[in-house]
Ligand binder design. Structure first.
Ligand SMILES: [Zn+2]
Length: 287
């Protein structure tokens, strides 16, 4: 009897151990799904590195995005952006179907000597993951070139890609856009900030409500136009930005992949994904 119980105990231990191993194994795919955000951050900030507006590295970043987006079934167009010092930058525009009513944007360049881990490989990664995991007919993903001030001369200006993009839109195209959400530097800083250039606007408030429902304590934020929402706001189109503030490494060599906090990027991704799910028209391709 005693030996029988001993054998039973061994069997129970074997079954429990097997169950534990299976359970842990089942967790691995979820871990990989979360890591794909950081894989994009790594590709941009480590494999490509410093991506000044109008540089060959910025063009390589555009190639990376275009390849991914095409593989997920998007129609991708590249818009050449003339820069005042004679170089050319690029906007990468992706849609699953024409007739988008929402634009989400993130800049793909970085300000030397920064490899742009947080600013702005994180924003690009958030857009890419939303593009990969959802099949939105109503959303246009725009990756803007040359958002940062050029290193050689701040007086030349900034937001070249987004200003050029807005400048090329017809009055009808502008009127067809319900809103623009820009994701910039969402991988570092203590405060999850969602706002635009004016206090009390409806679109940032909607996004904050989405964040709160997901359990993220996003706060209202107002800026003088520090990212690609600026030209859209000036053109009278509803805008909002997602950002974690304040990250002291921005525009320095310390803004590396290792510096980026995955859980902050993940929070921004979840808010944008939930928001797009509430406004976009699903294509039903089940991707
Ligand atoms: Zn930025």
């Amino acid at each position: 009897m005693g030996r029988r119980l001993g054998r039973l105990g061994l069997v129970i231990r074997l079954v429990l151990t097997t169950a534990l191993v299976l359970l842990l194994g089942a967790r691995v795919p979820f871990a990989f799904a979360q890591d794909s955000l950081m894989a994009h951050v790594r590709a941009l900030s480590v494999d490509i590195g410093v991506r000044a507006g109008g540089s060959a590295a910025e063009a390589r970043a555009a190639d990376y995005l275009e390849g991914r987006l095409r593989s997920w079934g998007y129609t991708v167009t590249r818009q050449a952006v003339p820069l005042p010092w004679g170089a050319s930058s690029v906007n990468v525009i992706a849609e699953r179907a024409p007739g988008a009513t929402w634009i989400v944007g993130a800049h793909l360049d970085s300000k030397p000597p920064s490899p742009g881990g947080n600013d702005n490989a994180t924003g690009v990664a958030v857009l890419l993951e939303c593009a990969r995991l959802r099949a939105e007919d109503g959303v246009r993903f725009v990756f803007f070139g040359a958002e940062e001030y050029p290193a050689q001369n701040r007086a030349l200006g900034h937001h070249f890609g987004s200003r050029y993009y807005v400048g090329q839109m017809s009055a009808q195209e502008r009127a067809a856009i319900s809103g623009v959400v820009v994701v910039d530097a969402v991988g570092g800083g203590p405060r999850f900030a969602i706002g635009t250039m004016r206090r009390g606007d409806a679109l940032p408030r909607r996004l904050r409500v989405v964040a709160w429902k997901l359990g993220f304590r996003a706060v209202e934020d107002v800026d003088p136009g520090w990212s690609d929402h600026e030209p859209f706001f000036v053109a009278g189109i509803p805008t909002a930005y997602l950002r974690w503030r304040i990250d002291d490494t921005l525009h320095t060599a310390a803004d590396t992949y290792a510096h980026v906090r995955p859980e902050k990027v993940r929070a921004a991704f979840r808010v944008l994904q939930a928001f797009l799910g509430s406004v976009g028209k699903r294509s039903g391709s089940g991707r």
